[in-house]
Design a protein around this ligand. Structure first.
Ligand code: GLN
Length: 507
């Protein structure tokens, strides 16, 4: 262990290491214990503060509630041209909040992710065109219904082959993960002999039908009607199915005051005509928003994409620092003579190299809060995921680097009278570090690209922002091309910078 610490000190001075260590321990404390001040300001924390009894206050007045919603489910929720979440659900929850004196903080997560977030108390409520079903009533509490809906099938506008469910035989259809459309499609799939493929977003479902990867999509009829009117390239050929009504949901037994406030506010908005006004605003005459040149698109999309890029770079930088610390510690443990240290390090590497990144992202963000009952800040979950995964690879890079230094170097240093630690510090590690640098740069770049996976938990990185944009304007291809170019430029510059640093420090 002493060799290890001395070794680590060569690359990072002791104080720096200690500071990093403290920060890392603090991060774990956040994970294991209470939420940090920076963590999501969930209103129910007020009620469940340590030491206090969970009291149910009769009012939601003055609180801020975190509300999860779908990425895009226009006209219920979508982003307007300025990037703000808008739509019937958004107007409704904000108007009710105003009437009842509570604030809302919207998290656009995607439908399935929003439900997971609600189950793990990462959000206080969900409003997402969510149908009230018996299955869901077992795990969530619903408000009074606020909109009647139902599932319908849509096909590509230029498709003349599919006119009924019978025509789906042998074909593939798409539906949204966890949504009523998916349940319905699956319930008739065997009868009509088609396959259901599930996707997370309305925009990618529609794109899939237009590109011919699927012949039809099952989605809620008001959403299909709105998209069709906007020129999304689809048409409906069958009648809508009788379906559920939408309700606002909270986790079972949680935030009852919020549910009561929602019901009370909804009744008032219905009585004073504001509810109807909100519906008319979005349902009366949807305008086509998917026109405009590529440069118009670039102009409107760039600010949001740059914000995403900023978060991508920041989460990568922070995670890389922690990955380096973990990698150095476990890398030195892997070359130690102590069998226990070697065993611990090998286990760490095997676990995090042998499991997908996304599993850990879900585990930290949705899994741990379900076990502990404490929400976790998305940055903490993101950094833990990336740092632990990359830490395993860095450990192997460090081990490989040290082992690739000619053993004669150590022997020569020892024979000159230097102790083991000093020999490592002065002779072996500087050489090892030179060997490691290109692999570490590689690892940094891999990590930057991998950080896009965090979009699955709703982390607002670059690709997440892109999804939000094409979910609203259906211009999937162009937005993805822009994103690819941004990633390319960022990684190109990062590589140049890293190589420059390599030349400067490793001469
Ligand atoms: N109404 C559907 C459901 O609740 C779909 C909701 C959505 O896709 N946002 O399952």
């Amino acid at each position: 262990m002493t060799a290890l610490l001395r070794g680590a000190r060569i690359v990072n001075p002791r104080q720096q290491l200690a500071a990093f260590f403290a920060a890392f321990i603090a991060l774990f404390a956040v994970l294991l214990g209470s939420t940090s001040a920076a963590a999501a300001p969930l209103a129910h924390n007020n009620n469940n503060a340590p030491g206090s009894v969970a009291v149910v206050t009769s009012t939601a007045n003055g609180k801020t509630y975190v509300i999860g919603t779908d990425t895009t489910f226009a006209p219920f929720e979508f982003r307007d041209t300025s990037g703000e979440m808008t739509g019937i659900d958004m107007d409704l929850i904000r108007a009710i909040g105003k009437d009842q004196g509570f604030n809302v903080e919207i998290r656009s997560l995607g439908f399935n992710a929003a439900l997971q977030a609600l189950s793990s108390n990462q959000v206080d409520g969900v409003i997402a065109g969510m149908s009230i079903t018996d299955e869901r009533k077992k795990i969530y509490d619903f408000s009074e219904p606020y909109f009647e809906s139902g599932v319908q099938m849509a096909v590509a506008a230029n498709d003349d082959t599919v006119k009924s469910y019978e025509d789906l035989k042998g074909k593939t259809v798409v539906a949204k993960t966890g949504a009523e459309g998916e349940t319905f499609a699956k319930s008739i799939a065997d009868k009509y002999g088609f396959t259901v493929q599930s996707l997370d977003q309305s925009a990618t479902m529609y794109e899939s039908v237009k590109s011919g990867n699927a012949v039809a999509v099952f989605d809620d009829y008001p959403v299909l009607a709105y998209g069709i009117a906007q020129g999304n390239g689809l048409k409906t050929v069958t009648d809508k199915e009788a379906g559920g009504s939408y309700g606002f949901a909270v986790n079972k037994g949680k935030n009852p005051e919020l549910l009561a406030a929602f019901n009370d506010g909804l009744a008032k908005l219905k009585a004073n005509g504001e509810y109807q006004k909100i519906l008319d605003k979005y349902l009366a005459a949807p305008k086509n928003t998917s026109s405009g040149s590529f440069f118009d698109l670039l102009g409107t999309a760039l600010p949001a994409l740059m914000k995403g890029l900023g978060n991508t770079l920041l989460v990568t930088a922070i995670s890389f620092v922690f990955a380096m610390i973990l990698g150095l510690i476990f890398g030195f443990m892997k070359v130690s003579n102590n069998i226990v240290l070697r065993g611990i390090a090998t286990t760490f590497v095997n676990i995090f190299r042998g499991t997908p990144l996304l599993v850990w992202a879900f585990f930290f963000y949705f899994g741990i809060p379900q076990i502990t009952g404490q929400p976790i800040n998305i940055w903490v979950a993101g950094v833990l995921t990336l740092a632990l995964n990359s830490g395993a690879y860095v450990a192997e890079i460090v081990r490989g680097g040290i082992q690739s230094v000619d053993p004669g170097q150590l022997e020569a240093a020892r024979s000159l009278g230097l102790g083991y630690g000093k020999s490592m510090q002065r002779v072996v590690v500087p050489q090892a570090f030179k060997i490691m640098t290109p692999s570490l740069i590689n690892q940094l770049i891999i990590m930057l690209k991998d950080s896009s996976l965090l979009l699955a938990i709703g982390f607002t990185e670059l690709l997440y922002q892109a999804q939000q944009i094409y979910a609203a304007n259906f211009r999937v291809t162009e937005v993805l091309i822009i994103v690819a170019v941004i990633y390319f430029i960022a990684i190109f510059l990062l590589t140049k910078l890293a190589n420059y640093a390599d030349r400067k420090f490793n001469r």
